[in-house]
Design a protein around this ligand. Structure first.
Ligand code: SAM
Length: 303
C-alpha cells in the first residue's frame, strides 16, 4: 500500500486533529458561521485557494464543513475537538494555506524513497506480470519519476533482453541498486532529453507531484518518446466512487497541498484527457488497489 495511505490508516486521529487545528487556526468556525465561498475567504485573507479547498474537502469528510449549492460552505459543529498539535509536518497546515508556500521535505528524501520502493515492490511485480504477455521479447522501458526504479526494474528483472532508462529529478544513484541493463538519469519530467524510441513508458505516482502544465508536458514527452505501437502506463491515486473513509485521495491531495509547490490529486478523467491530448490511442484504465484508489491508466503510442 502507498506509504501515505499506511500512515493515514495507522494514525487517522493525528491527521484529523491536524486538519481541525488548521481550521481553528484559520478561524474557519467564525468566518464560515454564515455560508461563504472559499474563493471569497481566500481573497479576503490573502490565502492560497487551492490549498484551502483541499482542507475544506477534508473538513467536509470530517463532518465539520457543509458544502451548499453555488460553491458556498457552512461551518458545522465539529465531530471532535482539535487536539493540541506539534507545530511541524501536518501541524503547519494553516501556515502553508495562509502563505501558499509548501514545506520543504528534502531532509526526508532517503527515508521517503526507501519506503516507497519497499511499498511498491509487490504492486510493481504484479503490474509487470500483467504487461509481460503484451511486450516484445526485447525492448527499452522509460520510467519517469522513477524514484528507485521499482516499476521498470520489475520489467527488467522479468525479461533478460529488456533495458530500462530511469529518470528522476533527484540524483538517487547512491540509493538505487545498480543494474547492468538499467541507466539512470537526473532530469525533470518536463524536460526529458532526446531519447531513442522506447517500447514501453511508465510513470508511477509522479503526476500528483506536478502542476497542470507540467503534467501535460510530461505526458506529451512520454508519448512522443514511444515507438508506434508502444505502450504508456500511468499509475496514480485517484478518487474512486464508493471509497471508504478516510478517503485516501482527499487526504493525499491535502498532503500535496502541504508539501508540493503545484501538485495535486487529479480526477481520473483529467488524466485520460491528457493522454488523448498527447496523441495516444486506445486509452483505458483499470483499478489496481480499490481501497486506496490506485488506478493504472494506459494508452498506445502512435509515433
Ligand atoms: C512518489 S515517488 C514515486 C517513485 C516511484 N515511481 C515509485 O512509484 O515507487 C515520486 C518520484 O517523482 C520524482 N519527481 C517529482 N517531481 C519530479 C519532476 N518534476 N521530474 C522528475 N521526477 C520528479 C520524485 O523525486 C520521486 O522520486
Amino acid at each position: 500500500m502507498l506509504p501515505f495511505a499506511q500512515a493515514l490508516r495507522a494514525h487517522p486521529a493525528y491527521f484529523a486533529a491536524a486538519a481541525l487545528q488548521a481550521a481553528v487556526d484559520l478561524r474557519l468556525p467564525d468566518q464560515l458561521q454564515q455560508p461563504g465561498s472559499l474563493a471569497g475567504l481566500a481573497a479576503q485573507n490573502g490565502w492560497d485557494l487551492r490549498r484551502l479547498t483541499a482542507l475544506a474537502v477534508i473538513l467536509e469528510e470530517l463532518g465539520c464543513l457543509h458544502r451548499l449549492p453555488d460553491q458556498q460552505w457552512h461551518w458545522r459543529a465539529c465531530a471532535a475537538p482539535p487536539q493540541p498539535q506539534v507545530r511541524q509536518h501536518w501541524g503547519r497546515l494553516a501556515e502553508v494555506i495562509a502563505s501558499g508556500q509548501p514545506l520543504d521535505s528534502s531532509e526526508h528524501t532517503s527515508a521517503y524513497q526507501l519506503s516507497m520502493a519497499a511499498a511498491h515492490a509487490q504492486p510493481a511485480s504484479e503490474w509487470a506480470s500483467r504487461w509481460l504477455p503484451l511486450l516484445p521479447a526485447q525492448g527499452l522501458v522509460l520510467d519517469v519519476g522513477a524514484g528507485l526504479g521499482t516499476w521498470s526494474r520489475a520489467v527488467v528483472d522479468a525479461r533478460q533482453k529488456w533495458r530500462a532508462l530511469q529518470v528522476d529529478s533527484q540524483p538517487l544513484d547512491s540509493l538505487a541498486q545498480a543494474h547492468p541493463r538499467i541507466q539512470r538519469l537526473t532530469a525533470d519530467a518536463t524536460a526529458l532529453p532526446r531519447l531513442p524510441p522506447v517500447d514501453f513508458a511508465v510513470s508511477a505516482h509522479l503526476l500528483h507531484h506536478l502542476g497542470d502544465a507540467a503534467a501535460q508536458l510530461c505526458l506529451q514527452q512520454m508519448a512522443q518518446a514511444l515507438r508506434p505501437g508502444g505502450w504508456l502506463s500511468v499509475v496514480e491515486v485517484f478518487e474512486l466512487a464508493g471509497q471508504p473513509k478516510p478517503n485516501v485521495a482527499h487526504w493525499f491531495d491535502l498532503d500535496m497541498a502541504l508539501y508540493s509547490p503545484q501538485g495535486r490529486v487529479r480526477p481520473l478523467a483529467e488524466v485520460v484527457d491528457l493522454l488523448v491530448a498527447a496523441g495516444c490511442a486506445e486509452v483505458n484504465w483499470r483499478i489496481l488497489d480499490a481501497e486506496v484508489g490506485v488506478v493504472e491508466v494506459w494508452a498506445k503510442g502512435v509515433g
